[in-house]
Design a protein around this ligand. Structure first.
Ligand code: NAD
Length: 369
């Protein structure tokens, strides 16, 4: 894998001006030896828009394979069976999926349903003895997140959160540079995460199913980004909410929140999370000896960015393909990504979100333990 990546990197650097490589796996189809190790056999729960994106990306995985589905819509199951060659015995609905415990052909379930369902569904999957990959946000608060971590520990299965950026090559390079001191002492992070949300009836604007509004969905990228760009955990937050459309964004569903975080070293972060502005996908971090700006910073890519040393030239590879191969390596080979993707990592973000909501309510500074 390492060798293949290095090769792709060199190829991309020498091919500046040519289209980006979007599916490098194909380049190696003939030359690379087939993978001989264990394949992570995955069932996707929730066949919506992101579930579909993951399924498509998994076609290029070497170490993970889509083998099953869990859905409440029989017609979608039939479609997915035809499209991805999924056998009848690996198809479940939300009532009967506990029976997955008797299915040796499924190793892990990827929960890609609305946020408010993640906790209960994760606990059921864990009880069935299968590893859980769960989308972000892992639940709707830290209490749920901790329950999920505990349930997976008790069941002796892994809990991984769909933090695809932890596998994205330019992001990984920036984290490596920060770890090796190439920015000096990190001082300041700015994160802007947002888009204009459409259909007012969708679950993302339903407090029960979403757990909030923009913060749960997109603001979480700035929170997670601040942590991996600065390499510290915040010790306090302050936050201010702006709501221009109280009909669309009901009580408990945030439209725009500006928030600040303070870190033990004295570094600070200033972030914006919104469902009311487009073209907000930007990270900026400056340290005592250098800086990085990424824009777009967390979209599906290609991610673009530059540091004080020049352009980031790592190749664009479909994030979910890298993520799922990486998660297979984590589960079967114990190989960790540059920053964790485990349940504990998810709980850290949830605690910060809880604190941000509290800071909005109290209009004060909330200290994090
Ligand atoms: P979606 O609405 O497109 O799909 C949700 C799926 O859940 C649908 O198939 C729907 O039928 C199913 N579902 C099951 N029970 C439901 C219920 N009670 N109400 C509504 N739908 C129900 O949403 P999505 O965009 O696929 O998001 C799903 C999850 O994936 C969310 O947690 C979201 O935050 C996450 N997500 C992550 C990324 C990422 O880049 N990591 C991107 C998009 C979404």
């Amino acid at each position: 894998m390492g060798t293949r990546r290095n090769f792709i990197e060199k190829l991309t650097v020498s091919a500046i001006g040519l289209p980006l490589i979007t599916n490098p796996s194909n380049l190696f189809a003939a030359s690379e030896e087939p993978y001989q190790g264990r394949i992570l056999k995955v069932a996707i729960m929730g066949l919506g828009s992101y579930g579909t994106r993951v399924a498509e990306a998994m076609k290029d995985c070497k170490k993970a394979k889509l083998v099953g589905v869990i859905s409440g819509t029989p017609s979608k199951i039939v479609d997915w069976q035809a499209k991805y060659g999924i056998p009848e015995k690996n198809c479940y609905n939300y009532e009967d999926f506990d029976a997955i415990k008797d299915n040796p052909d499924i190793d892990a379930v990827y929960v890609i349903t609305p946020n408010g369902l993640h906790c209960e569904q994760t606990k059921r999957v864990a009880k069935a003895g299968k590893h859980v990959i769960c989308e972000k946000p892992m639940g709707i608060n830290a209490k749920e997140g901790q329950e999920m971590v505990d349930a997976c520990k008790t069941a002796n299965v892994k809990l991984l959160i769909g933090y695809r950026m932890h596998y994205e090559p330019k992001t990984v390079e920036v984290i490596r540079m920060r770890q090796e001191g190439e920015f000096g002492q990190p001082k300041f992070f700015q994160g802007q995460s947002g888009f204009v949300i459409g259909d007012p009836t969708q679950w993302r604007l339903n407090k029960e199913l979403a757990g909030g509004g923009a913060m749960m969905d997109i603001g979480i990228y700035s929170i997670n980004g601040a942590r991996y760009m600065l390499g510290e955990e915040p010790i306090w937050v302050t936050a201010q909410e702006t709501k221009t459309d109280p009909v669309k964004f009901k009580e408990g569903v945030d439209e725009t929140i500006q928030f600040q975080m303070g870190f033990p070293s004295g570094a600070v972060a200033n972030c914006l999370s919104t469902y009311a502005m487009n073209n907000l996908d930007r990270f900026y971090m400056t340290g005592s000896d250098g800086y990085v700006e990424m824009r777009p910073s967390t979209g599906y890519g290609p991610i673009k960015g530059r540091t004080h040393k020049g352009e980031l030239n790592q190749p664009h590879i479909t994030h979910q393909t890298l993520q799922m191969d990486g998660m297979a390596e984590l589960i079967f080979e114990g190989k960790q990504p540059i920053v964790p993707v485990n349940g504990e990592e998810g709980v850290k973000d949830m605690k910060i979100i809880d604190a941000i909501f509290k800071a909005v309510k109290t209009d004060g500074k909330v200290t994090l333990a």
